[in-house]
Design a binder for this molecule. Structure first.
Ligand code: DOR
Length: 441
């Protein structure tokens, strides 16, 4: 059999009976699907020799902001997905706080149309919940290409906000899929905004948007989730207190953390990066960072997402708090986490659980997230020994910077394969955009 693509000699991360392990296998791909997993080398029209490499299911980044339409001076769907491909990410789920926000069928269909033929990786879009679209969420969440409904309980970039319990309850009652939530208590943020206004330094960011703001909001959300029996996914959790609470709510809530909250900590990050380290919810103390690691290793955390949220350097260097919150991350998620693997903080199979298997389970994209015959041929190949320095010059995101500029890492994505097409090899983009709409159960 002559396959379209074969990946020979790699250490392939496979799943058997719920256990992930690495096995020396040869992979044959036909028509964008995994057609063979073989113990002897295969031949195909294109052969990748993955000797010395690990072959992962394609990495899914389930939280990115790609800014199109309306804010394309920061990013667009072509540049954002190009950054994803260079960083070893094969699918992205994009956030609704664009301009206009993705709160209607027209806005969702417009985004899908814009992505088709321009996206380098697979894509799906979240619709935003707002006070005026609650009655249409049940239908909207069923649309092809929709990854679910997102709620901002605390305001961040853009105008989307549902701060009160009554509207939140209505949203949770309108539909079935897991609702994803930015959890910060808007009432407390408003009460404490004077802290940011008078400080004029990003060191005050985690004080304004303090741990209690996150905890209060998450407690309210979890109560409502239990009351309405609606599953929720708490995005970018930042406090050790929330991890302890969420551990008791695994029946109804899944949990995301970001690489930046696992890597950077206050006050150091604000002293070295200034407003570049400003994001919502904030980077907090080392103590909270260690709490997130604990939650990651004990199974409380389900997913690592980048919260890729690019702003231009000009915007970011405005005086705090006029500086916008958010930092890019889709291109650095894999290298940063591989470096944590190198440093012994987690295993490669745990990483695969967090960025492949669990996104598949949590969001129901069942043709992805595992290496198995019949599933989509999305792969992330990584060299666990490769040493590199992350640099702004490598970043292809339109914003052109990363908070990790200058960081030495061990572990690097070497190939990105999307639907059987090689789109990145050794830091070069190859061919034409091949991303397809992600399908959900
Ligand atoms: O820091 C953030 N930036 N947090 C968010 O929730 C939104 C994001 C953005 O879109 O800029």
């Amino acid at each position: 059999m002559n396959y379209d693509l074969v990946i020979n000699n790699g250490q392939v991360i496979v799943s058997k009976k719920g256990q992930l392990f690495s096995q020396n296998l040869h992979i044959g791909v036909t028509n964008g699907k995994i057609a063979s997993l073989s113990s002897s080398p295969l031949s195909g029209q294109l052969t990748i020799d993955a000797r010395h490499l690990h072959v992962l299911p394609g990495v899914i980044d389930s939280q990115v902001h790609f800014r199109e339409p309306g804010l394309t001076h920061k990013e667009d769907l072509e540049t954002g997905t190009r950054a994803a491909a260079l960083g070893g990410v094969t699918s992205i789920f994009e956030m609704p706080n664009t301009k206009p926000p993705t709160t209607t069928r027209e806005a969702l269909e417009d985004k899908i149309k814009r992505a088709e033929g321009r996206a380098w990786v697979n894509f799906a879009f979240f619709v935003g919940a707002a006070q005026d679209n609650i009655s249409s969420l049940r239908e909207l969440e069923k649309s092809p290409g929709c990854s679910g409904v997102k709620v901002f309980m605390g305001s961040s970039t853009g105008s989307l906000l549902v701060e009160d319990d009554e509207n939140l309850r209505q949203i949770l009652r309108s539909g079935q899929r897991r609702v994803i939530v930015h959890s910060e208590d808007e009432y407390r943020l408003r009460e404490r905004k004077h802290i940011a206004d008078s400080a004029k330094s990003p060191l005050a960011h985690p004080e304004w948007r303090d741990a209690e703001s996150a905890v209060r909001s998450t407690e309210r959300l979890l109560r409502l989730a239990r009351e309405t029996h609606r599953p929720v996914h708490v995005l970018h959790v930042t406090t050790k207190e929330e991890i302890a609470i969420l551990k008791e709510y695994k029946d109804i809530a899944t949990v995301e953390v970001t690489p930046q909250h696992l890597t950077l900590f206050a006050p150091d990050c604000y002293e070295t990066l200034g407003t570049l380290a400003q994001m919502n919810p904030p980077i907090r103390s080392k103590d909270h960072m260690e709490g997130l690691w604990k939650g990651l290793l004990d199974g409380t955390v389900d997913i690592i997402g980048s919260d890729h949220a690019p702003h231009t350097i000009e915007e970011k260097t405005k005086e705090y708090p006029q500086s916008p919150s958010g930092m890019p991350g889709v291109q650095t998620l894999v290298p940063i986490m591989l470096n944590h693997i190198h440093e012994g903080r987690l295993s490669l199979t745990k990483f695969v659980e967090l960025v492949c298997e669990n996104p598949r389970r949590v969001f129901g994209c069942t043709t992805k997230g595992q290496i198995e015959v019949g599933l989509d041929a999305d792969f992330t190949l990584v060299d666990l020994k490769k040493q590199r320095r992350i640099e702004n010059s490598w970043i292809v995101s339109r914003c052109g910077w990363t908070p990790f500029d200058g960081k030495h890492v061990t572990g690097w994505p070497t190939h990105t394969i999307v639907g059987g097409h090689l789109v990145m090899q050794d830091d070069h983009i190859i061919g034409t955009p091949q991303g397809q709409k992600v399908l959900f159960e």
